[in-house]
Design a protein around this ligand. Structure first.
Ligand code: SAH
Length: 364
């Protein structure tokens, strides 16, 4: 149980013998200022002592290790949960702001071939508190960096797990991040592999959150190989759900496309992607594939990424190439595995080319 699993009504119950304003005072301090209740000096000492001894007010995340890359601009935290499971959170700093990439599950059941989290399998959903606490950590960590005016401005649900397979806790966490912590919905992005019922529920939330969809291939045969859940939610149905999402929310979707050498980076792939993106006015985010231990594929060469991006742009699709942060500490997209080897100590795992297989054979 995390301190952040308590809803405000539960705080009211816990503090029923205290003056009424205490609930809001504590709620604001723990969310807006990332302060633990026992550290809140404006509370009477007696109350602080009681709170520090209350079992359910423990921290849900124990920081096990913190590693940095990109000259300290990318940091990856490894947290141990109460049951020993490990999750990872990645914090990316920019000159005046920071973005945190948070996990929604320990492991993942989606089994995408090229993703280290998928290769590891599914352990469990994260609770609302465990999700929110990653943001709280990121707020403290960001303000902790001396000599800058940086603040945490953006949240992306792009860490371990499939957020729309854990809608109950993820939606509660979204609301908490938005309302109690105060991060604008437009600065929060949920990325999904394409779970249609979850997309429908997400569309009905009363806030302007962003939706990103991990597309990676624009025909069913290829997509089912790369993203197995495509067999359950095939492209035609997925696209219909996205059109509906776009119509009802007026929010533009972004498509994530991990560029895999010779697999989904041909001119034909670009044409297929254009055909899908134009009617949705979707933004395309290209991510050169990051290496993972369980799938010896290669990222597309940068010239191919540029040419692919140019084809899309010429056809009128807005396209960007994702910043490749944190590869040295296995903190980049798809590299989060929550194990000791994911700390970047074992370079061999990520650069062994002797085991390469030709994926084109798989896709013929
Ligand atoms: N399960 C959600 C959230 C994960 S977001 C989803 O699939 O959208 C992480 C993003 O990185 C996804 O778009 C995922 O497909 C992509 N990704 C996974 N493995 C990758 C890799 N090895 N290289 C580049 N991108 C990868």
């Amino acid at each position: 149980m995390s301190l952040y699993d308590l809803e405000i009504t539960q705080w009211q119950t816990l503090l029923s013998k205290e003056p009424k304003f205490r609930t809001n005072q504590i709620w604001e301090a723990i969310h807006k200022n990332a302060i633990r209740p026992e550290e809140l000096t404006s509370l009477p000492k007696r109350l602080r002592d009681t709170l520090s001894q209350t079992r359910d007010l423990d921290s849900g995340l124990q920081l096990q290790r913190l590693v940095a890359d990109d000259n300290g601009l990318t940091e990856k935290a490894l947290f141990r949960l109460h049951d020993g499971r490990i999750i990872e959170t990645v914090l990316m700093h920019y000159p005046e702001r920071s973005t945190v990439c948070i996990s929604s599950q320990a492991g993942c059941a989606m089994n995408c071939r090229f993703c280290a989290t998928g290769q590891q399998g599914f352990f469990r959903h994260l609770s609302t508190g465990e999700i929110v606490e990653q943001v709280i950590w990121a707020i403290s960590r960001t303000s902790h960096t001396r000599g800058t005016e940086r603040r945490l401005s953006n949240i992306v649900f792009m860490g371990m797990g499939e957020p729309l397979a854990n809608t109950r806790n993820v939606f509660r966490a979204l609301e908490r991040i938005n309302k109690a912590i105060g991060i604008g919905a437009r600065h929060i992005t949920v990325s999904t592999v394409g779970i249609i019922p979850g997309i429908r529920q997400f569309a009905s939330l009363d806030a302007q959150y962003n939706l990103a969809v991990s597309l990676h291939a624009a025909n069913d045969q290829k997509r089912s190989l790369l993203v197995p859940i495509n067999s359950q939610y095939p492209l035609e149905k997925l696209l219909a759900a996205l059109e509906e999402y776009f119509r009802s929310t007026k929010r533009r979707i972004s498509f994530e496309w991990a560029m895999i050498d010779g697999v989904n980076d041909t001119d034909q792939d670009a044409q297929d992607l254009i055909r899908i993106s134009i009617p949705l006015q979707a933004h395309v985010n290209l991510i050169p594939l990051n290496p993972t231990p369980g799938w010896p594929a290669l990222g597309s060469p940068s010239a191919r990424v540029r040419a692919f991006a140019q084809l899309l742009a010429q056809a009128g699709v807005t396209v960007s190439v994702r910043d490749n942060r944190g590869t040295g500490i296995a903190a980049a997209c798809g590299q989060l595995a929550g194990t000791a080897s994911s700390l970047g100590g074992d370079e061999r795992l990520y650069s062994d080319s002797s085991a390469k297989i030709d994926l084109r054979d798989l896709l013929d």
